[in-house]
Design a protein around this ligand. Structure first.
Ligand SMILES: [Fe+2]
Ligand SMILES: [Fe+2]
Length: 367
C-alpha cells in the first residue's frame, strides 16, 4: 500500500499530538496543521493530500466558513470531521450541503481509521471508474473514426468503379448507363433468388458494374469496328472475360464479382465462353447476370438497331430459357412485373445525358 498523505487540522494541542502519533503508525504519511488558516495556506500550495481530517470540537459557527473554503480550494479532497456528537443536526446538515464526507468521534481512533480508509477506497473507485469511462470513450471514438474512414474509402471505391465503367460505356458500343442498369437488375434478381448477405449482394453489384472491364484491353480498331469482325477479331473479343478477371484480381474484388466478370458469356447449355461451362457449373451470379445483361441489351438503343420493348425482351428471354439462360432465373425474372424492370432502368439512367448526346460525343471522339 502506498503511503497516502493525510492533512490533520487540530487546534487542540493534546488531541493533535495524539492523532498524529496514532495515524502515523498506520501507514499514512501525516502532515499536521495547528490552525485552519495555516491549513488553508498549505492546501493552496500542496496538492498531494489524499484527504483532510479536521477536528471541530466544539463545533462553532466560524467552522462553516472554514469548511466552505477548504472545499473551494480542494474540491477533490475528502473531508473527515471529528467532533463529539453534541449537535447531530448541524453535522448532518454539513453532510447534506456536501461540505463533509465523513464524521467521526475524536476519541474513537479505530472509527477515524475506518473513515480514512473508506474515503481512500471511495476515491480509488472513483478514479478507476473515471479511467474506465475514459478508455471506453477512447475506444468508441477510435471505433467511430475507423468506421467513418472505412465508409469513406468504400464510397471512393464504389465511385471509382462506377466512373470507370461509365468511361467504358462511353468507349464501347453498349449504351451509356448499361453497367449501372445491369448492376441493379442483377442485385434484384440475386435478392429474389434468396441471396441475403449484404456483402455478397454488393459483390454481385460490383461484378455486374465491371462485367466488361476486360474490353479496356481490346483495341478500338476491333471494338469500334463498324463492319463485320473477322474470326481472328472475334477471338480477341472473346478474351475480354479472362482479361477482365485478370485485372480485377489486382484490385482484390471478391469471389462473386470475379465470377460475373469471368463467366458472363457462359451459356446454360454449355455453348458459351471462355470455358463452355454447363448448367449449375456456371456460378449462380453469372447465370443471374446473363439474364440482366440481355434484358438491358434488348431494351436499349444500339447504333445498329432500335431498342425493343420490355415485352419483346421477355419473349426473347423466355425463348432462350434452358439454352442460353438458367430456367430458374428466367422464372424469377418473369415473376416480377415488367413495369418494375422498366422502373429500375428509368431510375438508373434518368440523370444521364440523352442517347443522342451520347452518340454525338462518341462520334466526335472517333474523328
Ligand atoms: Fe461481355
Ligand atoms: Fe453488357
Amino acid at each position: 500500500m502506498t503511503s497516502e498523505k493525510v492533512l490533520i487540522i487540530e487546534e487542540n494541542n493534546k488531541r493533535r499530538a495524539y492523532l498524529a502519533r496514532f495515524l502515523s503508525k498506520l501507514a499514512f504519511s501525516i502532515d499536521i496543521s495547528p490552525s485552519f488558516s495555516e491549513a488553508i495556506n498549505r492546501l493552496h500550495k500542496q496538492k498531494e493530500f489524499a484527504l483532510v481530517v479536521a477536528g471541530l470540537s466544539p463545533l462553532e459557527s466560524r467552522h462553516l466558513k472554514i469548511l466552505q473554503d477548504i472545499k473551494k480550494i480542494a474540491p477533490q479532497l475528502s473531508l473527515i470531521i471529528l467532533f463529539e456528537s453534541d449537535s447531530p443536526e448541524l453535522a448532518i446538515s454539513l453532510i447534506n450541503q456536501g461540505l463533509v464526507d465523513h464524521i467521526a468521534d475524536p476519541d474513537n481512533l479505530p472509527g477515524i481509521y475506518s473513515a480514512i480508509r473508506n474515503e481512500i477506497n471511495k476515491r480509488d473507485l472513483i478514479r478507476e471508474n473515471e479511467s474506465y469511462l475514459q478508455s471506453l470513450k477512447n475506444i468508441s471514438s477510435d471505433r467511430s473514426e475507423n468506421i467513418r474512414k472505412a465508409l469513406e474509402l468504400e464510397n471512393i471505391y464504389n465511385t471509382t468503379i462506377e466512373n470507370l465503367m461509365t468511361a467504358l460505356d462511353l468507349r464501347d458500343v453498349e449504351t451509356l448507363g448499361h453497367s449501372k442498369t445491369v448492376a441493379k437488375y442483377s442485385e434484384v434478381l440475386a435478392e429474389m433468388s434468396g441471396v441475403k448477405n449484404m456483402t455478397t449482394l454488393e459483390n454481385i453489384r460490383r461484378g455486374a458494374l465491371l462485367h466488361d472491364i476486360g474490353k479496356i484491353a481490346i483495341p478500338d480498331s476491333i471494338l469500334l469496328k463498324p463492319s463485320e469482325l473477322s474470326a481472328g477479331e472475334w477471338e480477341k473479343i472473346r478474351l475480354h472475360p479472362a482479361l477482365g478477371f485478370g485485372l480485377i484480381k489486382e484490385i482484390k474484388l471478391l469471389k462473386e464479382a470475379g465470377n460475373i466478370i469471368l463467366y458472363h458469356h457462359e451459356r446454360y447449355d454449355g455453348t458459351g465462353y471462355p470455358k463452355g461451362l454447363k448448367k449449375e457449373d456456371i456460378p449462380l451470379e453469372a447465370r443471374i447476370f446473363a439474364v440482366a445483361d440481355t434484358l438491358d441489351a434488348i431494351t436499349s438503343h444500339r447504333p445498329y438497331r432500335k431498342e425493343k420493348s420490355f415485352g419483346k425482351a421477355k419473349e426473347e428471354i423466355t425463348g432462350n430459357s434452358n439454352s442460353q439462360f438458367d430456367p430458374h432465373v428466367v422464372d424469377l425474372f418473369c415473376s416480377l412485373n415488367l413495369d418494375k424492370w422498366e422502373k429500375i432502368r428509368f431510375e438508373t439512367t434518368k440523370i444521364l445525358p440523352s442517347f443522342e448526346l451520347f452518340q454525338q460525343i462518341k462520334e466526335e471522339r472517333s474523328h
